[in-house]
Write a protein that binds this ligand. Structure first.
Ligand code: EZ4
Ligand code: CO
Length: 401
């Protein structure tokens, strides 16, 4: 088999997605997600100018060799742009290989380790009562695990709670600015979980995303304060350039810790995994550089009792979710899968075999990873400039978003 053509498709059916589509001389095609929110065009240039030219004519079945060639062969390793580009190619190659083998990707990886994958969804409110109501609605929909976020008194809308106070129409796609206060946040969040347990009981699994905003000792304080409410996890407690930070947090709290949605190689997570400093690794197919490396990372994690929890926000395409679901169905150490319901126009552009029911996900039985792209429809949604927000403390200091 030979790669005859590679198309890089940029489309914005609700939000921007970068998709790699690989064509072969045997008529098989495969797709992979290469989306990097706010930096889409850098990935497109990396793919178009540097990867497509070296791949055309190669045997798409030699996935390992191609991955090594792209990773080691560039001399410049790692980084989100590089790894998202490689991730798009690698996912499309696994899609082709599984189609050629006549099986769903999870079968090629070693077969199913379970019947279905527990999902968690997001619930938000600007006030505690609203979040409690939102979590209750999610439970009624059948979800067993819900990530709860709430607005902070005295601050405009913060991450994961509500639309920002900024008038985004005036920004022409440039980043909006949010405001942050750690003391206000630390005082308020335990009250949310007290109310959730009081009103909704103990069966539901509750999660919370700190979104990288604390120092290690502040994260330790929050973890301790939340212990009575038995969280499933505390996500991204601190920015993890220092993996060692988690030694300090771990000394102080038994609240389980999840991390890794911004990681892009095993080297970002090695110490965290080997010292058992986290409980869930959040790396996801696209940003980890594809199925090839993420499978290895999952295996390494399994050796140290760290479970998988692929990042699954709606700014990664359904092709990424599908790859995560195949990996999750196989992984002996699967933990949970984030599920963020897509907009209808996104699902129209990316029709797929995966299903969600009763709070669980399944990748389906279609050959490959099971997601395709409707190119004609994709062309009707051109790229729209869009960035993630930035964050400042109340005195104007630039902070982590
Ligand atoms: O901020 O996907 O757990 N989910 C998250 C997301 C991320 C975005 C970044 O692109 O933290 O909302
Ligand atoms: Co997160």
């Amino acid at each position: 088999m030979k790669i005859t053509d590679i198309k890089i498709i940029v489309s914005s059916p609700g939000r921007n997605f970068v998709t790699v589509k690989i064509f072969t001389d045997e008529g098989l095609t495969g797709i992979g997600d290469a989306t990097l929110n706010g930096r889409e065009k850098a990935v497109v240039a990396y793919l178009q100018d540097h990867l497509v030219p070296v791949l055309t004519g190669r045997d798409p079945q030699r996935i390992e060799d191609i991955w090594q060639y792209l990773y080691k062969g560039a001399y410049w390793r790692r980084g989100p742009v590089t790894m998202a580009a490689i991730g798009g190619i690698d996912t499309a190659l696994w899609d082709i290989k599984a189609k050629a083998a006549g099986m769903p990707l999870y079968q090629l990886l070693g077969g199913a380790s379970r019947e279905r994958l527990m999902a968690y969804v997001h619930a938000q409110g600007s006030e505690i009562a609203q979040t409690v109501e939102a979590v209750a609605r999610r439970m009624e929909e059948g979800f067993r695990a819900v990530r709860a976020q709430v607005g902070i008194p005295g601050l405009p809308a913060v991450y994961g709670t509500d639309k920002s106070a900024t008038n985004t129409a005036d920004l022409n796609g440039l980043p909006q600015e949010e405001v942050w206060s750690t003391p206000k946040y630390l005082r308020h969040v335990p009250k949310l979980f007290e109310a959730l347990r009081g009103d909704l009981g103990w069966e539901v699994e509750l999660l919370h995303d700190v979104h990288h905003r604390l120092t290690p000792i502040e994260a330790a304080r929050l973890g301790k304060d939340l212990e009575p409410f038995r969280l499933f996890w505390l996500e991204d407690a601190v920015a993890a350039e220092h993996q060692e930070s988690f030694r300090l947090i771990r000394q102080h709290t038994v609240t389980p810790l999840a991390l890794g949605e911004v990681f892009n190689t095993v080297w970002d997570a090695r110490l965290l995994i080997e010292e058992q400093l986290i409980d869930y690794i959040r790396m996801t197919t696209v940003h980890a550089g594809g199925v090839t490396p993420l499978r290895r990372i999952m295996d390494l994690a399994g050796l140290y009792n760290v479970r998988t929890a692929c990042h699954g926000a709606m700014d990664m395409s359904p092709a990424c979710l599908a790859a995560n679901l195949h990996l999750g169905l196989w992984a002996p150490n699967f933990g949970i899968q984030e599920y963020s319901p897509y907009m209808p126009e996104t699902l129209d552009v990316f029709p797929g075999a995966w299903t969600v029911s009763d709070g669980h996900l399944h990748p389906g039985e279609a050959h490959g990873h099971g997601v395709e792209i409707d190119e004609a429809l994709a062309a009707k949604f051109p790229y729209e400039r869009s960035y993630l927000p930035v964050n400042r403390l109340e005195d104007g200091t630039l902070w982590h978003w």
